[in-house]
Write a protein that binds this ligand. Structure first.
Ligand SMILES: [Zn+2]
Length: 217
């Protein structure tokens, strides 16, 4: 995928984040690591519905603006910290998804309670301690709290979800939101929420070959 197509995909991803109820207005951000280790990131406080590809800012790993006239997302220091310390990560999205934020107000570890958490979030999810937004510390706490999962909940703030590409990051954020919703519904009904056992998780991890369409040879 060339850089122009990636810029289009970033805007498409941000619009889908709003569609799935993960953000409102200009909240959150979307970023992708390029093969030369620079990072494309959405600009600060621009409406995703009117954003165009030239508005996306390209940054070096030290935060120098390489391309773009607008200021990058105010969280760019945290994002760059993540890209520097998670070399396998190629895409990061940041959301303010309400179910995950509600979850962060009552406890700090979401065990794997659904098959989609096993398949799409890839592990139990931790709540990183509170930190102000727009600070590198948000990225540092996310890296420290990530574990095996492809998402971290930021206490009283939102979520950072990541993966090989934007599709993976978005999927992790959407299914994390769904599991947080389920967790809160069960707790609201007065019940405790059972986690999957390690045997169930292992069995679920072995079902991947049945999911999706077979590739034509
Ligand atoms: Zn935020």
């Amino acid at each position: 995928m060339n850089q122009y197509m990636l810029r289009e995909e970033i805007i498409r991803c941000a619009k889908r984040m709003e569609e799935y109820g993960l953000i409102r207005l200009t909240g959150g951000n979307v970023s992708v690591r390029l093969p030369d280790d620079s990072v494309l990131v959405t600009p600060s406080a621009v409406d995703y519905r009117t954003m165009n590809t030239a508005d996306i800012v390209r940054l070096s790993m030290d935060g120098t603006v390489l391309e773009g006239k607008l200021r990058p997302s105010s969280d760019y220091r945290a994002l760059l910290y993540m890209y520097r310390h998670m070399p396998e990560v190629r895409a990061v999205i940041h959301t303010h998804q309400p179910m995950a934020v509600a979850f962060s107000l009552i406890t700090d570890q979401l065990p794997q309670i659904t098959t989609t958490m096993v398949d799409e979030v890839c592990g139990e999810v931790s709540v990183a301690p509170f930190t102000v937004s727009s600070d590198e510390g948000m990225g540092r706490l996310a890296v420290e709290s990530a574990g095996d999962a492809q998402a971290v909940i930021l206490k009283q703030h939102g979520v950072l979800a990541f993966g090989d590409d934007l599709e993976e990051a978005l999927s992790a954020a959407v299914y994390l939101e769904e599991s947080c919703r389920i967790y809160l519904m069960v707790r609201s009904a007065g019940f405790s929420v059972p986690a999957l056992t390690s045997e169930q998780i292992e069995a679920e991890n072995n079902t991947g070959e049945f999911y999706g369409q077979q590739q034509e040879e």
